[in-house]
Design a protein around this ligand. Structure first.
Ligand SMILES: [Zn+2]
Length: 52
């Protein structure tokens, strides 16, 4: 089952692969994933909508 993430700020919902990877200003070797819409770094789990 695909794990869905929901942005805490703009409520964008998507999978982890859709997140935008941005480099860490402190350590270029590291990067973190942010919301592709608003750039927020906080996400909550979002369950897939049930049909029916
Ligand atoms: Zn967002």
């Amino acid at each position: 089952m695909t794990e869905l993430l929901k942005c805490c700020r703009c409520r964008w919902v998507g999978i982890k692969a859709e997140l935008r990877s941005v480099p860490n200003p402190k350590d270029c070797a590291m990067s973190h994933n942010v919301c592709p819409r608003c750039g927020c770094k906080s996400f909550t789990d979002a369950q897939e909508p049930k049909n029916g």
